[in-house]
Design a protein around this ligand. Sequence first.
Ligand SMILES: [Zn+2]
Ligand SMILES: [Zn+2]
Length: 138
Amino acid sequence: MKYAVADILKGVGLKVTPTRSLILGVFAASACKPINADELYHKLASHALNLVTIYRTLESFEKAGILKRVDLRKGSVYYELAEHHHHHIVCTECGKTESFEACEVGKLSKQILKQSSFKNINQHALEFFGVCRSCARE
Ligand SMILES: [Zn+2]
Ligand SMILES: [Zn+2]
């Protein structure tokens, strides 16, 4: 899957700046992997961006609907591209994170809706936690 960073920015009405392109480029290159501000800071170390700029850019991307937050229970906020729907499984021992696209939640949503007082359900967030094989061996 290829993402044209400039097109994504223009598509949501954001000006294409070098900082925005760099940060969005990291997400585009690692499509399924959630990333936090610290990781971006280190990945882009050669460009000397400061953390405040990175936080601000991430927030503006979230507001624009390009990125969404993912709660991986790792003590910091992770983001990933919003348009690609999938779920994660996280190792509670070492933090290893894998993503998978199989999503059966649509069916479940219909059941939940029937039993609720809601008109519709249009989003869901669902992550799984467990112990990876290499941690289980120790
Ligand atoms: Zn592990
Ligand atoms: Zn889903």
